[in-house]
Every structure is written in C-alpha cells, then in structure tokens.
Design a binder for this molecule. Structure first.
Ligand code: KIV
Ligand code: ZN
Length: 399
C-alpha cells in the first residue's frame, strides 16, 4: 500500500475505544465544597450510567460508613456501567471494598499505592521492594474477590521510570487488568506524558494484555491536554470527572475530553460510548446537587459556550455557523446557539432576532431600534426579547 492509501485506510479503520472511567463520586466528591449525601450520589450514579460512562468510581468504601453505604447502594441499583471502589493496598480496605461491591453486576476493585521517591520516603516510609510487595499483595487479594482489578501507582509521573516498569510488571503478573498512571499533582506536560505512555507500553512486560489508563490532575490547567496526549501515547482508559471537579484544581473534565475526541476524531482515532447530548444535563445535575455553578466561559457546558455577542461573529454565524462554531450546541445538549444582543452586537443579529419575534422593520426603523438598544447597553449587559419588543413598540407607536 502506498502512503496515501495507508492514510486513507487509517482514516476508515474503526476507531479504538477509550474507556471512560468517571471518578466524580470519589476524586471529585473528596474535594472541598463538593460533598454529597448518599441519595445524591445514587441519583448522580444513575445519570452517569445513562450518559454512557464505562466505569463509575462510586467511592472509597473503607474511608467512612457513609462512603461504604453509598458504594453498596450504587452497586445494588445502578446497571449499565462497571462499579468501582477505591482501596489502599491494605487488607481492611480491600475486604471492605469487596463487601460493598458484592451486589454489583460488574464490580471493579481499584487498588493503589504511592511509588514516587517523595511519597515512598515521606508518606509511606517504605523501600522500593516493600512497595512492590504491598502492590502485589493488594492486587492478589483483590483478585480473590473480583476479576476486574485496576492497579494505580500514585504519583506515577514523578516516579523513576525503571521502578515504574517493575511495579507495573509485578501488578500485571499478580492479575491487574488495568494499570493506571496518575499525574497526581498535575505536574506533567502533554509531550512528557505522551512519551511516558509510549515508553511504558513498549517496556512493560505484559503491556499488551492490559489497558493503560491516565489519571490527570489540573494544577497547571493541563489535565485535559495531558489526558489527550496520553491517548496518543496509547492510553485506552481516561479517568475524569464531570465539570472537572476533584482534588485542588480538579481532574480532567469528562465533557471536554469526550468532545475533543469527537470533534477531532480523525486526529485521535479514538472514540467513546458517551451519549454526548446528555452532557449538559449531567453537568447541571451536578451543579444543582453541589450548589456550585461552572464559570460562564467553561468549555461545552458554560453559559457562554455557544453564545455570540460581537457583531462580526453574529454576522458570520447568520451566514454559516461553521465560521464560529466547531460543534453543534445540540451535540452536547443545548437547544441552540445564542446570538446575545449586547454592546458589541450588530445590525444583522438585531434584524434576525426581530424577525424571529415577528417584526420586519424597514432600514430607518431598524437604525432607530439599534440606536436605542445600544443606549440601553450602557445600563444593562444583555438586551433580552422583552427589551427589544418594547423598543419596537416605541418605534411603531411613539413613547
Ligand atoms: O490522584 C491520584 O493519584 C489518585 C489515585 C488514588 C488514583 O486519585
Ligand atoms: Zn486523583
């Protein structure tokens, strides 16, 4: 096959599936301001299953009786996604996790231990050998309870590469099916993480038999970019949260990751099972539950994500929406884009909105309504339909 035939074949090859592992109810919920009741967690887990996530990390069962109860209830009730519980490589954690997941249709135990020199010395006071032994103990014990075991090397990104290879090989030999590479403190750059995944995939024995997973934190605002780079490096699971909530600056935002893969499908050659028109409702459900709104300019789900105010953009949008939109608002759950009438809006948008409201004005009338609307923007940011209608009435019938 020549180069262009190869490229064409690659373009038409079925895209790889990327497993979406949602940790809103564990990494997300454990951050300040995002605590949820059991009932709220159950409702949210149902929404995640409907959204189409593959794995729901429902909590850390041995961390509190409340967490145990929530994971148990989710394991009993929620179908359509694997249900995971987090456990340190401690027998007590793993046994509690297994009990809480007993009634799940597809249970996963997610065991972790820190591997970086900083964590080994200051947090665990353990040697490399002890860390490996504990990791193997954790994976083996978890495998006695369930088939689906994930192993995470906490602070993997700051761990010596050779040691990381040793730990993952030991975990895979002990029975882990997914190995997770967390950038626990959000320190990586996309280039580094892409390269790390390529290195691990070609140096870890048994790599082909397991799924490599990325778990990126957002301390430098790079969590989504790093997760996408990890996919380029061969990761086939990404761990993420709705609205990007999570420890400190948060985790990779699920809605951004999924839409980047969808919109740039040719680039990533990877796909997910997410029913993207449900993204907005899921984001809003989380905001209602936690009482914390996303910022207006948040990608995908922020109020401004599909709002256009400048006259030049509105004019372009009215001619061809591709001028200023790379995806359709309906693809992520918005009813439509909004041409917001504000200080920067132009004639075309005002005329278009008025037409939609049933008023076709001649040029002179339109000029006067626009002048009045601009005057109004001195005292208010946005001109709503009611304001416009009032201006048209004034124009038609006088003050
Ligand atoms: O950030 C992290 O390292 C974690 C692990 C427990 C996966 O959340
Ligand atoms: Zn984390």
């Amino acid at each position: 096959m020549n180069a262009s035939a190869n490229a064409a074949a690659a373009e038409h090859a079925p895209p790889d599936r990327v497993v979406i592992f949602d940790t809103t109810l564990r990494d997300g919920e454990q951050s300040p301001g995002f605590t949820m009741s059991s009932a709220q967690k159950i409702a949210f887990a149902h929404a995640l299953a409907e959204l189409g996530v593959d794995v729901i990390e429902a909590g850390f069962p041995n961390s509190s009786p409340a967490d145990f109860g929530a994971v148990q209830a989710i394991a009993r009730e929620v179908r359509g996604a694997a249900i995971a519980g987090l456990a340190r490589c401690h027998a007590g954690d793993i046994e509690a996790c297994a009990r809480s997941l007993h009634d799940a249709a597809n249970p996963r135990i997610h065991v972790f231990i820190s591997t970086s020199p900083l964590h080994r010395e200051h947090k665990l006071s353990m040697s490399k050998q002890q860390v490996i032994e504990r990791a193997v103990m954790g994976v083996e014990l978890a495998r006695r309870h369930v088939d689906d075991v994930e192993f995470s090397a906490e602070d993997a990104f700051r761990t010596e590469r050779e040691f990381l290879v040793e730990v993952f090989e030991a975990a895979i030999a002990a029975g882990a099916r997914t190995v997770n590479v967390p950038d626990t403190v959000g320190y990586a750059t996309p280039e580094e993480i892409r390269e790390l995944f390529r290195f691990l995939r070609s140096n870890v024995k048994g790599a082909d038999a397991v799924v490599f997973s990325a778990h990126c934190h957002n301390d430098l605002g790079l969590a989504v970019a790093n997760s996408l780079a990890a996919i380029e490096g061969g990761a086939r699971q990404v761990e993420c949260t709705i609205n990007g909530i999570g420890e400190r600056a948060g985790n990779a935002a699920l809605e951004e990751l999924v839409m980047a893969m969808k919109v740039r499908r040719g680039w990533y050659a990877a796909d997910t099972r997410i029913d993207t028109p449900k993204l907005l409702d899921t984001s809003r459900l989380l905001s209602r539950i936690t009482g914390i709104q996303v910022q207006r300019n948040k990608a995908i789900v922020g109020l401004n994500a599909f709002a256009h105010e400048s006259g030049i953009h509105q004019h372009g949008m009215l001619k061809n929406r591709d001028t200023y939109e790379i995806m359709r608002p309906q693809d992520v759950g918005w009813p439509d884009s909004q041409l917001v009438l504000g200080r920067h809006s132009g004639r075309a948008a005002v005329a278009d909105r008025l037409r939609a409201l049933g008023h076709v004005l001649d040029d002179a009338q339109l000029d006067r309504v626009i002048a009045d609307a601009k005057a109004l923007t001195q005292t208010q940011h946005v001109i709503g339909d009611a304001d416009l209608l009032q201006l048209v009435e004034g124009e038609r019938f006088g003050p």
